[in-house]
Design a protein. Structure first.
Length: 400
């Protein structure tokens, strides 16, 4: 059965970007420039060896907050356990752990270059995000209920919806129109320069949700698409996450998104079918949230403060007998150098090779140092279980 096409024109989605005549255009342009500068500065401030391990933690944080927006609360500690195939005995919690693991797998694919440049806003890229995410979901999370008829519908990974949907007051375009609108979406957002693309990231986020291409999973797909756009445009290194800011301001996020569905009010409200004023308000909110998250992460990673928090933790663990003596010397050396050749450990601790290996083993067991092999240099890791001590405020502490 072919999907119904009511022949809607792609102009229904306009404006797809903020026009030059928008009254607050200068203000949001300044925000975009500031975001680009601050994001690049933050990335450059981090030792290269620290970027990858910090990105691992941020990936769990991004997953936690993106799922939280959807009403699914899976703490990063439980997410970290899922990544080690340590699942809850509770079926519902286990399903949510698998959902989180799927989200992280897709983001890791994005972070490793799987969706760079204009691919993030292409129909193929958008469907790939959905397919990769849903393919890894447990069966129970692939079913949705139609609100009116209560009919249970199965979500097919990567498949564009074949029936009408309504989200709140918004009735999305007909399913048969989606290929046409997705092509227009890709044409608009894939052809912009860097500054315009940063300015248009919020608009792309909303317009994808406005089209609502899938039966379910659109919110996560939109946030992962935005992550891919910002990763490419700002070279973020995946060391900060817009999802945290959106989740912490979720009422404003959902309200401003809904307002973007409103029709143009008058001749002063842009030239498209939808309100440019509301799109501008969401754009300013989105860019400010991004900037706030860069500022927040900069504060957490400020070298002297980070060093103090980590070494205080290590000293406490040593006093409690959970780490061998002189473990702090290894952590301090890694913090100073960025990475530590294994051959230098014995010299630093001055206790002999056997005790040096014991210290490294204990730190590895705690998840605070990692290496690519048994001979590779040691690097600092950021385990979720220690985030409340090392990086306070990153996400809420796990309730017992």
């Amino acid at each position: 059965m072919s999907a119904e096409d009511r022949k809607e024109q792609v102009s229904l989605m306009e404006p797809t970007r903020i026009g030059d005549g928008y009254r607050f255009r200068a203000r949001i342009t300044d925000l975009a420039f500031e975001l680009a500068q601050r994001s690049a500065g933050f990335r450059r401030s981090l030792p290269p060896t620290m970027v990858a391990t910090l990105a691992d933690l941020v990936r769990s944080m991004n997953c936690y907050y993106s799922n939280l927006i959807e009403g699914h609360d899976t703490h990063p500690i439980d997410i970290e356990r899922a990544l080690k195939n340590d699942y809850s005995n509770d079926a519902r919690k286990r399903d949510l752990q698998l959902e989180a693991k799927a989200h992280i797998a897709v983001q890791k694919w994005i972070d490793e270059g799987g969706l760079s440049g204009s691919a993030a806003t292409s129909a193929e890229g958008i469907c790939a995000i959905h397919r990769r995410f849903c393919e890894l979901l447990p069966e129970d999370l692939l079913w949705v209920e139609e609100p009116t008829t209560k009919e249970r519908l199965k979500v097919i990974p990567g498949e564009i919806r074949r029936r009408d949907v309504q989200v709140g007051r918004h009735v999305a375009i007909s399913p048969g129109a989606l290929p046409r609108f997705l092509d227009h979406f890709a044409l608009v957002y894939g052809a912009l320069g860097k500054t315009e693309s940063i300015l248009a990231a919020a608009a792309a986020h909303h317009r994808l949700l406005w089209m609502h291409p899938f039966l379910d999973g659109n919110g996560r797909v939109a946030r992962l698409m935005s992550h891919a756009q910002l990763l490419s445009l700002l070279d973020t290194g995946a060391v900060w996450s817009v999802a945290r800011g959106l989740a912490r301001n979720v009422a404003d996020y959902k309200r401003l998104l809904a307002n973007c569905d409103l029709p143009r009010r008058n001749d002063l409200d842009g030239r498209g079918s939808l309100s440019e004023d509301e799109l501008g308000a969401f754009t300013e909110f989105f860019l400010q949230v991004c900037l706030d998250q860069v500022t927040f992460m900069e504060g957490l990673m400020q070298p002297n403060r980070l060093r103090t928090r980590i070494l205080m933790w290590a000293e406490e663990e040593t006093r409690l007998g959970k780490l061998p003596a002189k473990s702090t010397l290894i952590l301090e050396a890694i913090l100073y150098r960025g990475e530590l050749p294994r051959g230098d450990v014995d010299t630093i601790v001055g206790t002999g090779d056997r005790q040096a290996r014991r210290i490294v083993s204990s730190l590895s067991d705690q998840g605070v140092v990692v290496s690519e092999s048994t001979r590779a240099p040691l690097r600092l890791a950021f385990p979720a279980a220690l985030a409340s001590r090392w990086m306070p405020g990153l996400f809420p502490e796990k309730a017992d």
